[in-house]
Write a protein that binds this ligand. Structure first.
Ligand SMILES: NC(=O)C1=CN([C@@H]2O[C@H](COP(=O)(O)OP(=O)(O)OC[C@H]3O[C@@H](n4cnc5c(N)ncnc54)[C@H](O)[C@@H]3O)[C@@H](O)[C@H]2O)C=CC1
Ligand SMILES: O=C([O-])CC(=O)C(=O)O
Length: 328
């Protein structure tokens, strides 16, 4: 049985993400959890003619939803409005993520946990710290989904050069998932050479792509459909590796660097970062290998230097929320 739970399944991301996951033959049970409307969304999706069973679980049924899950995807929480940063969401979303993590620790402590809720740079450490308190933290199994940054990068590069295939051109994006912490490694795209102006434009658009959508939606939220696409791509890659045993799958994702003690020791010693987005190869147990950082151009190194201090603040804030509430 492969049970995948979507927490926040009735939301702007949750609904289209669940729709995309309903199409996967790797999932046998799709459990939709939300504090509102989950049974309705589940009834609707349950009529689609694929093999998986769909169940809906309301506010009081979190434990039932999470029981025995193989994978939990979390887009639960509030989205941004114009003028807000992702960090402004911390106040509300940190508590939501803490409570869901408690539920995961109790009901499915070995599940793969895929975090979409912002601020990802801080919510992933929150999940990890809650699991640690329950003796259930395995750094190979907890992921922040930063795939939308990768999807945007491929698309925006394609807008400059329509001779590339935007679907198969994968851009490595390192760092984190907000503003300056998003560091696209554009120098490693085969066959591409950008002018300084193009690099400035592309980098800014990738770092602030989320703001572009927030502004266009004008108070009605942030990216939902492109995020559902990115979230499904990431979730399916995890399932392909962990359920179907497919090897060689790589995605950029925000992980705890102890998932690969040996591979990241030098980087951790240099930066003192515990979490970082980087290309990760998946295996049966989740993270199989965190790939070495690509050789960065001077331009990218400067971006990374600017990202590290902000990432540290974001990580410490998430960690302290669980370990030392007086620091928040
Ligand atoms: N990682 C990424 O690249 C991206 C992350 N996001 C983030 O995803 C989150 C969700 O965004 P949207 O779907 O647009 O928001 P939304 O407001 O449309 O949906 C959120 C859903 O979560 C539910 N929810 C709230 N508290 C809950 C709880 N304790 N348990 C279960 N469900 C709960 C709500 O009822 C709602 O249905 C936001 O934090 C947003 O910033 C959005 C886009 C990209
Ligand atoms: O911008 C936001 O708040 C949502 C998000 O993370 C993105 O679209 O990348």
């Amino acid at each position: 049985m492969v049970k995948v739970v979507v927490c926040g399944a009735a939301g702007g991301i949750g609904q289209p993400l669940s729709l995309l996951l309903k199409q996967s033959e790797l999932i046998t049970h799709l459990a939709l959890y939300d504090v509102v409307n989950a049974p309705g969304v589940a009834a609707d999706l349950s009529h689609i003619n694929t093999r998986s069973t769909v169940t809906g679980h309301g506010k009081e049924a979190m434990n039932e939803a999470l029981q025995g899950a193989h994978t939990v995807v979390i887009p639960a929480g509030v989205p941004r409005k114009p003028g807000m940063t992702r960090d402004d969401l911390f106040k509300i979303n940190a508590g939501i993520i803490r409570d869901l993590s408690e539920g995961i620790a109790r009901n499915c402590p070995t599940a793969f946990i895929l975090v979409i809720s912002n601020p990802v740079n801080s919510t992933v450490p929150i999940v990890a710290e809650v699991l640690k308190q329950h003796g259930a933290f395995d750094p190979r199994r907890v992921f922040g989904i930063s795939t939308l940054d990768v999807v945007r990068s491929s698309r925006f590069v394609y807008e400059l050069d329509s001779s590339i295939d935007p679907k198969s051109t994968r851009v490595t994006v390192i760092g984190g998932h907000s503003g300056v912490t998003i560091v696209p490694v554009l120098s490693k795209i085969p066959g591409q050479k950008f002018t300084k102006d193009q690099l400035d434009l592309l980098t800014h658009r990738i770092q602030y792509g989320g703001d572009e959508v927030v502004k266009a939606k004008d108070g009605a939220g942030s990216a939902t459909l492109s995020m559902a696409y990115a979230g499904a791509r990431f979730t399916l890659a995890i399932l392909e590796a962990t359920v179907a045993g497919k090897t060689g799958l790589v995605e950029s994702t925000y992980v705890n660097l102890h998932a690969d003690e040996e591979g990241t020791a030098a980087f951790r010693a240099r930066t003192h970062l515990e979490y970082f987005a980087q290309d990760v190869e998946f295996g049966r147990e989740g993270v199989s290998k965190i790939l070495p950082l690509p050789e960065l151009s001077a331009y990218e190194q400067a971006l990374l230097d600017a990202a590290v201090p902000e990432l540290k603040v974001n990580i410490n804030k998430g960690t302290a929320f669980i370990t030392d509430a007086s620091k928040i």
